[in-house]
Design a protein around this ligand. Structure first.
Ligand code: SAH
Ligand code: DHB
Ligand code: MG
Length: 235
């Protein structure tokens, strides 16, 4: 009894410590400004689900974009523009972000939020199904960074396209690649497409000789996160 209670208290303390650390890191390294806060408020008022990346994930995207000196960034799945703002702000001089979004109602909100955050001039929202829009991007490739965060079933196809639209040194990031551990399972048997997509994505990202990859549990609570890949060759 006593032991159980001590363990529970220790566990609660551990969770609290993790939350405090995350809060402190966010405040120090990834504070939201008016542009980001406005994007979230507008999304909430429009009734969009709060499924955007966390500030720490946003800062990580910026860091990766800066690391490859990104001038051209492609985002698949914009929602309300929150991740797009983080990405667009990391573009080097004259750079551009193209963001693909299936929902035309979101597109209006995104363009407004981009403008409000001061990145309207370097961003473009293309409305449609990503798998229809991606083939039209070959003339604008290579992209220095591709961020995948749309519907989960076609994740393996999005990886194929990201590779096709990349150069050696490009960085490919996919959100929701952990899913409480579900996306890291060895078998896809009997699972839903929303889960098998990220499982297959991770399988390829971890084994494709053209990629150096790592899945990182970086969302709030550390149960979901990014798989990050660097393209080392496109042959
Ligand atoms: N990247 C955003 C969150 C994206 S949520 C952020 O972190 O701020 C996923 C988005 O993908 C939704 O807006 C959804 O409408 C869009 N989406 C879903 N299926 C899609 C498809 N087939 N093609 C393009 N966008 C799609
Ligand atoms: C959910 C979260 C996401 O980050 C996403 O891209 C799609 C869905 C979710 O929690 O439902
Ligand atoms: Mg996501």
């Amino acid at each position: 009894m006593t032991n159980d209670r001590v363990d529970l208290e220790a566990l609660q303390q551990q969770v609290k410590t993790q939350q405090n650390i995350e809060k402190a890191i966010t405040e120090l390294f990834a504070p939201e400004d008016e542009g980001l806060r406005n994007a979230l408020a507008t999304a909430k008022a429009a009734g969009l689900p709060p499924i955007q990346i966390s500030p720490i994930q946003g800062k990580l995207l910026q860091l990766l974009a800066r690391a490859c000196n990104a001038r051209k960034i492609l985002e698949i799945g914009s929602l309300a523009g929150y991740s797009g703002i983080w990405l667009a702000r990391a573009l080097s001089q004259g750079g551009r972000l193209i963001s693909l979004e299936i929902n035309p109602k979101h597109a209006l909100i995104i363009r407004n939020s981009f403008a409000n955050a001061g990145v309207g001039d370097r961003t473009e929202v293309r409305v449609g199904k990503a798998l229809d829009l991606l083939p039209q991007l070959t003339g604008e490739a290579p992209f220095d960074l591709v961020f995948i965060d749309a519907d989960k079933a076609p994740y393996p196809q999005y990886l194929d396209w990201a590779l096709r639209l990349s150069r050696p040194g490009s960085i490919i990031v996919a959100d929701n690649c952990i899913r409480g551990g579900k996306a890291l399972q060895g078998s896809t048997e009997g699972l839903e497409k929303e889960t098998t997509g990220p499982i297959e994505y991770n399988r390829r990202a971890s084994s494709d000789p053209r990629l150096t990859s790592l899945a990182l549990a970086v969302d709030t609570g550390h149960t979901d996160g990014f798989t990050i890949s660097v393209v080392t060759s496109i042959e």
